[in-house]
Every structure is written in C-alpha cells, then in structure tokens.
Design a protein around this ligand. Structure first.
Ligand code: GLN
Length: 486
C-alpha cells in the first residue's frame, strides 16, 4: 500500500484492526518518509524504538488485546518528556536530556496502542508563534517552504501536513496548537484547561498550559483526545478529576439550530482580507447546515495581549528557574563559583526570546511592580473569562479567525518580538479563560496558504466543538487538500 502516509488515524486504525496491514509496515512507511528529516520537523528519531513498539502492537493485534488506536503512529512535541527519546523543549539547555519517565499524555496514547515516531521541533520552551525560536533551527511550512509553520507546535503541524505522521501531540498556552494547525491546514484542539494531565509536560506557564491533538480531521482529533484526557490529580493537581469521555460519540449529530456567536472584535481592522474571506465563507457554510449566526461582543479582546504577555512570562520566570546546570541539562564549563556557574549556564543555554521572557517575568513580579502589572493582569484575566460567560448566554459556541493573517515568510517579523505577540490576539482570550478552542481548515488565502477557522466552546464542550468541526468537514474538503507532492 503506497498511500499509507496519506491516511488518517481512523482509517489506519481500521486497516490495522482488520489485519490488512501490520503495525510494522505502517511504522516502516512513516520512518521512510521521515528520512532526511524533511522540513526539520523532528528533533529525535530512533527507528529501533519505533519498530519495537510496532512489533508489540502487532502482537497485541494478533492476541486480541489491542487498544482502540493500536499500531497507529503518533509523534510528540518535544515538550513532553519521554524515556525512549531525548527531550529538549527546543532548548540548548536540555540538549541530549533523557527523562526517566514518560509524560502522562505519552503514556496514555501508548496505552491506547499508538506507536511513537519520535519528537517534534518547537519553539524553545513553547515560546513563540513561528517556530523561529527553536535552538535547533526553524521548521518549514510544507505548503511553502519559504514560510513559517506557525508555533510553538510548528514541528507537529508540519509533520502532519507533510504526511510524516498521521497525528501529533501539541501544547497550547496561548495558541500553540490552534495557530500552527491553521498555518499548516490541519485540525487541532486545545481542550478545557485541566482535561489533559500536565505531568511530564515541560512547564511554560502552568496556569495556561494544555496538551491536545493535531491531526487531519476533527474525527481523528476526537479519537486522540479521548485517549489523552483523564484525571491525574496525584501527579497534576490541576488536572480535572472527571471520567474519561468518548469525544467521537456525537460527531455526526445534526447542528440545526446551533447558535454560533460571532465576536465583532475578531473581525476588526487588523484582520487580513484573505483570512476574512475564507472565514466568512466557512460561516456561510454553517448557515447552510442550519446554524444561526449571532453577533456577540468580547470587549476585552485587545487587552488579552498585554495580560497574557505579563502572566505567561511571570509564570515562565518561576518555572524556568529549575534549569540551573545542577540536576540536569547543560552546565557551563568554566566558572569560578556557584553563582558564576548559574549565570554562565543560563546565559549559554537559553535563547534570546526565553531570556526576554524571564526578564519580563521577573520584572512584573518584583516588589513595587507586582500590583501594577501582575495583580492587575490577573484581575483583567478574570474579566475576560466573565465576558465569555456572558457571551455563552447568547450562543452555544463562538467562531472567528485563528490568526489575523496566513503564515508569514521567514524573517518577516524577525527582530520584532512584539509583531509576533500581536498576531496571537485571537487565540489568547480562550487561553486566558481556560476554554476549549480548535482550528479547522476553512480555505486558502494569499499564496495558496491555508486559513483556519477558530471554534471556541464553553468549559467541557469539546464534544460540541468537534461535532461542529466534523459537520463542516463533511460539507467541505479543505481538510483533505494536501501540499503539492504529498
Ligand atoms: N505565541 C504564544 C507565546 O509565544 C503562545 C505560545 C504557546 O501557546 N505555547 O507565548
């Protein structure tokens, strides 16, 4: 079967279960495609590990003890720690680091039968919107290699779009699943904060970090999400102690009468015409499916940028203090005393964006500025969450663009971090509120680049989001299109 790499998770799981193909054959096919590391999507590959897992899956398929996704490959963002692959979080400070354990999400997907293809490139410690902040080089967008794949889960999005993996894990703190999914024309969902365990996910901003799947369709995302989520309170106190849910159960439900809220603030001046046109067309499609578009307001949308870029760096400055050259990772070679060792290690190990955020974070938390910045940001964060609750009295879910533009060209925003920050405007509000959000392919814009539609749900409404996304994907074929030659 030569087109195995074009199949999604559901199709591969069915072939494997029916023994039309073996897990080793599937893994071999993807490993062959990954050879030469196209698009610089991967940071660690070990075919011996992957094939051993595939053989184990084949044994389970033969014995009738297979998990729901047995033998289907997945690749993990390098923010999830793994025993069998190196974990760097895209940083030099963790070069060659090996964790003694697997992250809960990695463990759960393996328990469901998925075979790991390796670790995916990302912005250093997930800080970025273009994958240009990885210490191991940028990732190319498979739709146009002169353009960024988005970030921070850029390797995850590029690998799925280029047929190097049928699905990938990502993490989303302020948009890192939704925005790269949008830029690379794939589907991705960030669940409600707390749905997936953060255990073994290298922390960036702990009150915002969430794991989620990235794949070719809403249906595939639903299958992965069902396997990934579940309470883990002994190891992550913010994980929700809720029973596991089958997010694929209601995919086909008709959406007649569904009230889709259209926030006017998401369609203002900064939105590029090509993105607006594609998003508008997707909304028309929803009307044809019987949904009702309801104008709503999220009045503090703009404030989400300063609020996020205070809270996230504040938490990062604390989280990243553990990288000091003592217990793990890089340690400077020549130093005079302990403080000198800390300084040199961190100066050598962290990249510029990470240093910028650590400094910003330390500043906003410092005595005398705490009330003016951090405390104020926390208050506005609460108001942003309240705005959503008001909006959800008028609608069942919210739709709008994921990002103000399609993927930009390498270097276009380089040297101007604020330009990247501003482009996060539509993904940050749901993150600050802890709400589930997803990106669904909605068409193409300038240069034939993909455009994503963002759907935001109320807490725990992932099934409803996936249902709405699936219905759109049954009526359109944007999610089926592939970059040339894939
Ligand atoms: N672009 C945002 C940032 O740089 C979001 C990143 C993320 O979600 N991890 O912080």
């Amino acid at each position: 079967m030569s087109d195995l790499h074009q199949l999604g998770v559901k199709a591969l799981a069915t072939l494997l279960r029916n023994k039309e193909v073996s897990a080793v054959e599937v893994a071999t096919r993807f490993l062959a495609r990954m050879g030469g590391n196209p698009h610089n999507a991967f940071l660690d590959i070990d075919s011996a590990v992957t094939l051993a897992q595939a053989r184990d899956s084949d044994a389970k398929l033969a014995a009738g003890t297979a998990g729901p996704l047995e033998g289907v490959p997945v690749a993990h963002k390098d923010v999830f720690v793994t025993r069998d692959f190196a974990t760097t979080a895209g940083s030099k400070i963790l070069q060659g680091y090996r964790s003694p354990f697997d992250a809960t999400v990695v463990q759960r997907l393996r328990a469901a039968g998925m075979v790991s293809l390796g670790k995916l490139n990302c912005d250093e410690f997930a800080m970025g919107s273009a994958n240009e902040n990885s210490a191991y080089g940028p990732v190319q967008n498979p739709w146009d290699t002169a353009r960024v794949p988005g970030g921070s889960s850029g390797g995850s999005a590029a690998a799925v779009a280029a047929g190097l993996a049928p699905a990938a894990t990502g993490t989303d703190t302020g948009g890192s699943i939704r925005q790269p999914a949008s830029f690379c024309g794939i589907t991705g969902i960030k669940p409600t904060y707390g749905r997936a365990s953060r255990y073994g996910m290298i922390a960036y901003a702990s009150s915002l970090d969430q794991a989620g799947p990235m794949a070719r369709s809403a249906e595939d995302c639903a299958l992965l999400l069902s396997a990934m989520c579940g309470g883990d309170i002994e190891r992550d106190s913010t994980s929700l102690d809720m029973p596991t849910e089958n997010f694929a159960a209601a995919l086909d439900k008709p959406i007649e009468g569904l009230r889709i809220g259209i926030p006017q603030e998401f369609f203002g001046e900064g939105l590029a015409d090509d993105v607006r046109a594609a998003v508008d067309a997707a909304l028309r499609e929803y009307e044809k499916l019987g949904a009702k578009l309801v104008p709503i307001s999220l009045p503090r949308t703009e404030l989400s940028i300063p609020v996020y870029y205070i809270i996230a760096p504040a938490e990062a400055s604390s989280n990243l203090s553990r990288f000091d050259g003592v217990k793990f990772g890089h340690r400077a070679k020549d130093y005079t005393d302990l403080v000198d060792m800390y300084k040199k290690t961190r100066a050598e190990g962290f990249g510029n964006e990470v240093k910028r955020r650590i400094m910003t974070g330390a500043y906003v938390l410092s005595h005398g500025y705490y009330d003016a910045y951090y405390l104020q940001a926390q208050k506005i964060r609460r108001m942003i969450a309240d705005d959503f609750q008001r909006a959800f009295t008028e609608c069942d879910l919210i739709a709008g663009p994921v990002a103000p533009s399609v993927a930009w060209k390498f270097g276009e925003n380089a040297g101007d971090p604020v330009a990247d920050y501003l482009a996060d405007i539509f993904t940050l509000p749901a993150s600050l509120a802890g709400l589930p959000g997803m990106s669904v392919p909605a068409g193409f814009g300038t240069g034939g680049m993909p455009v994503g539609l963002q759907l935001i749900g109320n807490y725990f409404q992932e099934a409803r989001l996936l249902n709405a996304a699936h219905r759109l994907q049954q009526a359109t074929d944007f999610h089926l299109r592939k970059p040339e030659g894939i």
